[in-house]
Structure formats: structure tokens, C-alpha cells
Write a protein that binds this ligand. Structure first.
Ligand SMILES: [Zn+2]
Length: 475
């Protein structure tokens, strides 16, 4: 067994069993059946709901039966990525785990410690005859990685606990008490074309770092669409033949390009050189690879009419993008931001997609309406989609304070109570179950969602012990 030299064999054995069952998001049937039969073997009350989430309940141990119930929560799906050329089949092959005693990895694939270790920690506690705790409930959710679908479908009737410990964080020593909510804005404009005049120029922005629009929005990286619009704003007059940029809503666009027609192509090409000098200086620290280049191009068959071309460029140029405000509840955390994420042409319509995040729902809506108003004023039709609630940090949370005190006592270090500018299931669960108080914690994981995903052995064992020992200390 790969875990035979590790200390906490119970924990790793359970993780090993979980890892042997394929569990890509949307294919959770096998792991659900495993959990239900595991509970039956352990004589633990368990059930599932229509979406496929699994719930378990165990009474308090001797002397702690009357404690308020605590819910432990983790998601059972995982992100499945493999090395190029790997023959691994995520629909049927077990994850092959390797360890050097310090860290745990998978051979050629993502590991699924996100959030298989959370699941393993919960099962370890529920089945440990020596563990002491009040009444415990476990919530195992599906489809976290593809839009938090399981959390949305949680059946509140199945949960009586009003405090919840989510085990899906990736850094030991941090206790999360808040996360951002979000929404997308989809805007589009019907295009009208005409025959081109003048000369064609292709302009492209590339070489940017991009990154996650939640976790990396504060890093002052360049947004390729915004920089392209900045270039267009400098031209006295132009028409757009084509324009595109960005790939995914939650990714900062790292490249964008447009083909335009102008009357003076040499001036347009030299304008790109001027802007390149400015950008190289501006981004010398935060995004040093930035490239903007313009070159003569083949004459396109058609161009967007002059007035609409101008409106598109103006709207992109005026679009808010990046950090809007920092949290006043927790220093150093982004409160509100948006990502000018995608520009594309579909069926003679120009589409622009924004992704807005905030830990304060009213601020999220305020920024959303700002973008809707902007889009409207430039003749775009815009609407809000995919809204999910925030988890507003409460620095006075008694659960967070008790968990922090327990961590200090058990581990001997003071944890940091903080929030994250990305979505967590706690935000949704809290919005479904009134009065629920949550924290999110977890062991040190690196490079999750990639083939380099790694779990730190000592940290995982420490966190498993910490959660187990903390439970009887909660009031
Ligand atoms: Zn996760």
C-alpha cells in the first residue's frame, strides 16, 4: 500500500479508497454508493437527495449528547486533468497515488485531494470509536467544481445543525469566514456591416499572465481586452472588421485582437509602438510580458459600420475592470471586482461578457447596474445571469473565534481569520439555511486542478487531528 509508511493510516486508507472510485463532476454515482454502503457498514444513518448529495448523522458521544449539532461538509467530485499522452480514463480508472512520505501526488493526473481529503477527514471522525464530539452531521455535495450545483440543491430539511465546518480550503493556518458572491453580465449588440475603405491593420495584445479572476484580480495584471480598447481609443477614426478576446468568464483575458480599417495605416502601426512603450513601463513589475503590435493586414470583406465600431470600442474602453474596492471588514482582501472577460462575434452580434464578484451582495448589484447602464448607453442589450450569493464575513463569528482558540491550543499557532475573493459552498449553504454559521478550513494543498496537485502529508494529518480534537471544545 502506498500509505504503509505514513502515520495516520486510517485517514490515508479512506483517502485511498475514495481515490480508487472515479468521481469527475457529474459522475458521482460510484462515490455516492460507496458513501452510502460505508455508512451502512458503520451503522451510521445516511441518506441522499434528488441531486445526489449525501447526508449522514451520528449522535453525540457519551456526555456530549446535548451539545448543539455541528455539520462537517466536503464535496465528493473532483477536477480531472491528466498529463498529455496519458491513457488514464477518468470514467473508470482509479487515481494512482504516490508518496515520498512528505507529500502525496497522483501519477500523471490531478490527485483529488481537493476535496477527497475533506471527505476522508469526515469519514475518519465519524467512524473513530475514540473520537469525542457532540451530535454530528455530514454533508457531501456533488458538482462543486462545475458551478456549485450540489450546494444549491441541499435539502435544508436534512440538516438541523446551525454551525458548519467546510473542509475545502487549501492552506493550513487560515480560517475562512467569508467569500465573494458573483454574477455574470452578458451584453450584445446587433452588427451592421458595409464595404471596407482605406487600409487594413491587425492589432493584437498578447503575452499577459491572465490568471483567475477571483484569486488573482488584485495582482494588477493587464486585461487584454481593456488594453486593446485603449489602443483603439487613440485612433482618430477606424472601422472594426473583427474583434475577439478572452476565453473563460473566470479567467483574466491574456490575449485579444482586432482587424480594423483606417485611412492612415502607418500612423495606426506607430501608435501601437507608442502604447507598447507605455505598457512596458506600466507593467514592468506586474505583467512584464505584455505585447501590443499592429501590422498591415489583408483587406477584409466587410467592416462594422463606423458608428457601431466606435460604440463598441468606446464601451470596452469605459468598462470597469479589476478591483473596485477592498474589504473594510478584513484588511488586504478584495471586496468587489469585475473581470471584462470575453469579447466575441456570434451570428452578426457582438457579445461582451463581464464577471462581477463581491463579498457584499448590495455592492455586487451596484457594480452590476453600473455595467448594465454603461452597456445600455452604448446601445447594447445586457442582462444579469448566473448569480450566486456571497458569504459576508462576520469578524465577530463565535464559531470562528472558538475554532481559532482551539487551533492555538491544539497546534500551538495562532491562525489567521480571513476571507477569499472567490466562490465557496458555504456562501450558498448559508443562504439556504437561515442562521447557519460557517467556517472553511483545510490542509496545505498545492496546484489543485492540475496534474501537479500535491497534498502535504504532515499538514493533512495535523488538520485531521485538529478537527477531531476541536469538536468537543466547541461550545
Ligand atoms: Zn474544492
Amino acid at each position: 500500500m502506498w500509505y504503509s509508511k505514513l502515520n495516520n493510516k486510517r485517514l490515508w486508507k479512506i483517502f485511498s479508497e475514495i481515490s480508487s472510485i472515479p468521481r469527475e463532476s457529474g459522475n458521482e454515482e460510484g462515490i455516492r454508493n460507496y458513501l452510502l454502503s460505508w455508512a451502512e457498514n458503520c451503522r451510521i444513518e445516511a441518506s441522499s437527495d434528488a441531486k445526489g448529495n449525501v447526508y449522514m448523522k451520528v449522535p453525540g458521544t457519551k456526555g456530549l449528547e446535548k451539545m448543539p449539532a455541528t455539520a462537517l461538509q466536503a464535496h465528493i467530485d473532483m477536477v480531472c486533468v491528466k498529463k498529455e499522452g496519458s491513457a488514464h480514463d477518468f470514467s473508470k480508472d482509479p487515481i494512482k497515488i504516490v508518496t515520498d512520505g512528505v507529500s502525496v501526488k497522483a501519477k500523471d493526473t490531478s490527485l483529488g485531494a481537493d476535496d477527497g481529503l475533506g471527505v476522508a477527514m469526515i469519514l475518519d471522525i465519524l467512524s473513530d470509536p475514540d473520537a469525542e464530539h457532540g451530535p454530528l452531521e455530514a454533508i457531501f455535495t456533488v458538482e462543486e467544481e462545475t458551478g456549485l450545483g450540489g450546494a444549491y440543491s441541499i435539502d435544508p430539511e436534512k440538516i438541523s445543525a446551525r454551525r458548519l465546518i467546510n473542509l475545502d480550503s487549501e492552506e493550513e493556518g487560515l480560517i475562512f469566514i467569508g467569500c465573494a458572491g458573483g454574477l455574470d453580465i452578458e451584453s450584445s449588440m446587433k452588427l451592421k456591416y458595409e464595404k471596407p475603405e482605406g487600409s487594413a491593420v491587425k492589432v493584437s495584445v498578447s503575452g499577459l499572465l491572465g490568471g483567475h479572476s477571483g484569486g488573482e484580480i488584485h495582482k494588477e495584471r493587464g486585461n487584454a481586452i481593456k488594453l486593446l480598447a485603449r489602443y483603439l481609443n487613440r485612433l482618430p477614426s477606424f472601422q472594426i472588421a473583427s474583434i475577439s478576446g478572452g476565453t473563460r468568464r473566470n479567467v483574466i483575458p491574456s490575449s485579444a485582437e482586432a482587424v480594423i480599417t483606417v485611412s492612415d495605416p502607418d500612423a495606426a502601426i506607430s501608435q501601437a509602438k507608442t502604447l507598447q512603450k507605455e505598457l512596458s513601463a506600466e507593467y514592468s513589475v506586474s505583467d512584464p510580458g505584455v505585447i501590443i503590435e499592429a501590422a498591415a493586414a489583408d483587406m477584409p470583406e466587410r467592416v462594422i459600420r463606423r458608428k457601431k465600431s466606435q460604440k463598441i470600442a468606446d464601451m470596452l474602453f469605459c468598462s470597469p475592470c479589476g478591483v473596485r474596492s477592498m474589504s473594510t471588514a478584513i484588511s488586504g482582501i478584495v471586496e468587489t471586482s469585475d473581470n471584462l472577460a470575453i469579447v466575441s462575434e456570434e451570428n452578426d452580434r457582438l457579445c461582451v461578457i463581464y464577471s462581477v464578484r463581491s463579498s457584499v451582495d448590495s455592492r455586487k448589484m451596484a457594480l452590476a447596474y453600473e455595467i448594465l447602464t454603461l452597456a445600455d448607453s452604448f446601445g447594447f442589450k445586457a442582462k444579469i445571469t448566473g448569480e450566486y450569493p456571497s458569504w459576508t464575513p462576520d469578524p465577530e463569528s463565535s464559531l470562528a473565534k472558538e475554532a481559532a482558540a482551539a487551533y492555538k491550543k491544539i497546534i500551538g499557532k495562532k491562525p489567521v481569520i480571513t476571507a477569499i475573493h472567490a466562490g465557496l459552498e458555504c456562501g450558498i449553504i448559508n443562504s439556504i439555511i437561515p442562521g447557519m454559521e460557517s467556517i472553511s478550513i483545510g490542509p496545505d494543498l498545492r496546484d489543485v486542478h492540475s496534474v501537479n496537485e500535491t497534498a502535504d502529508v504532515a499538514s493533512a494529518e495535523r488538520m485531521a487531528e485538529f478537527v477531531k480534537k476541536m469538536l468537543p471544545m466547541l461550545k
